[in-house]
Design a protein around this ligand. Structure first.
Ligand SMILES: Cc1cc2nc3c(=O)[nH]c(=O)nc-3n(C[C@H](O)[C@H](O)[C@H](O)COP(=O)(O)OP(=O)(O)OC[C@H]3O[C@@H](n4cnc5c(N)ncnc54)[C@H](O)[C@@H]3O)c2cc1C
Length: 357
């Protein structure tokens, strides 16, 4: 699905993307040139058609080479999905061409909103002062967002509105009062343009509102948001398993059953994800998707362990060629992406559903 050319570029640049020793501006245009952002976008809107499931697979293929690239892909593609599912066709028409071509970076600051939806925290951005029915002044903070390209971005955020439902807004980097921090000092994924945003007296007009009803919009968009996140786990786990398998010679045969088990879990969770997406089950049954995301987080942890154990001592030596150290750091990101493993476990307890997947 992704071209050999992109695959090769990602293989060659994965460590640099992770360590940040690369011009991070290169990444988004590289992905866009492969037309990956057009996957799952209707042809009538400039895409190449297909389903969210196709985007999941494309993100998985990118994640097999570089989680930094896959996470940027996810953030950008999630923003596109918000426009597709939002109720502002003018905004969609205005932004979609430059997002699909990679000229404009789309970022999703909706972790906070997803936690809000689950009753975990309050919204970080609020209307400070309504000006009139279609214009307000905003204040607040988005502590984390990825793909905040210095060349220009637009970031989706939920905004609290007094006596009304929260709304979902697109905040463009050129808007006065939108202040990006320096890149956060991450332990991995350093070329991901991850920073925080301070919003001070920013004027938001209706033309930048993606949805006036966060309470309807968030559950509706959550299956795509989460499923595409699962693509990152699937790709990373696949890659760790490939590396582990290469090491399963006679001296490592004791690991064979473990390998088969993790491989089976990965394949089963992947199929459950595809099935749920094709039957559109996850809007009504979000707990099923939470369970898949949890299983995949476990699969990634187990696959990285397997790669370590199968590789033995050489995994512990600096060696850019095997990529293990990078994958180990990448794997550490999977449990803490919102919805994090902790949040999902709490949410499943709340749902009181026993799911066998
Ligand atoms: C590399 C990376 C990229 C991310 N990109 C995005 C994105 O694009 N969009 C998005 O919405 N979210 C993004 N996030 C946020 C992520 O989805 C989680 O919300 C975040 O990891 C917090 O998870 P949590 O809810 O478990 O922690 P929380 O419960 O929010 O925090 C746990 C503890 O850590 C502290 N803490 C949190 N952040 C920081 C910090 N920066 N410095 C110091 N202390 C801190 C908190 O105060 C708290 O005490 C990103 C996170 C990372 C690590």
């Amino acid at each position: 699905m992704i071209s050999d050319h992109l695959n090769q570029w990602l293989t060659e640049h994965a460590d640099l993307l992770d360590s940040g020793h690369i011009n991070e501006a290169e990444l988004l245009p590289k992905l866009a040139a492969d037309e990956v952002f057009k996957i799952g976008v209707p042809t009538s809107l400039g895409g190449v058609g297909g389903e969210v499931a196709d985007s999941v697979e494309a993100i998985a293929q990118v994640a097999s080479q570089s989680l930094t690239a896959a996470f940027v892909f996810w953030g950008h593609r999630a923003f596109i999905e918000y426009l597709l599912q939002g109720d502002n066709p003018e905004l969609r028409e205005r932004l979609l061409p430059s997002l699909l071509s990679g000229e404009l970076a789309g970022a999703t600051g909706l972790s906070n909103a997803m936690k809000y939806l689950a009753g975990i925290e309050s919204l970080g951005i609020a209307v400070r002062k309504p000006i009139d029915d279609s214009k307000r002044l905003l204040d607040g903070v988005l502590p984390w967002a990825t793909n905040l390209r210095k060349e220009g971005f637009v970031v989706a955020a939920a905004v609290e509105v007094e006596n009304e439902q929260p709304l979902i807004a697109a905040l463009p980097s050129h808007l006065a009062g939108i202040n990006r921090s320096d890149d956060l000092d991450l332990i991995a994924l350093r070329a991901s343009n991850t920073a925080s945003i301070k919003v001070e007296n920013a004027s938001l007009t209706d033309e930048w509102v993606i949805s006036h009803s966060a309470n309807n919009f968030l559950p509706q968009v959550r299956p795509a948001f989460l499923a595409m996140q699962c693509g990152m786990s699937i790709g990373l786990a696949r890659r760790c398993l490939v590396a582990a398998k290469q090491q399963l010679g006679p001296t490592r045969s004791a690991l064979r059953d473990d390998y088969e088990g993790v491989d089976r879990h990965l394949s089963h969770a992947g199929k459950q994800l595809q099935k749920g997406l094709s039957k559109q089950r996850f809007i009504k049954h979000p707990a099923e998707l939470f369970a898949i995301r949890l299983t995949l987080a476990e699969v990634v942890a187990n696959a990285a362990q397997l790669e370590l154990q199968a590789s033995g001592g050489k995994a512990y030596v600096h060696n850019a060629a095997n990529g293990f150290a990078r994958r180990w750091g990448e794997a550490a990101f999977i449990p803490i992406i919102t919805p994090s493993v902790v949040q999902l476990k709490a949410e499943l307890l709340r749902h009181q559903e026993v799911l066998f997947i």
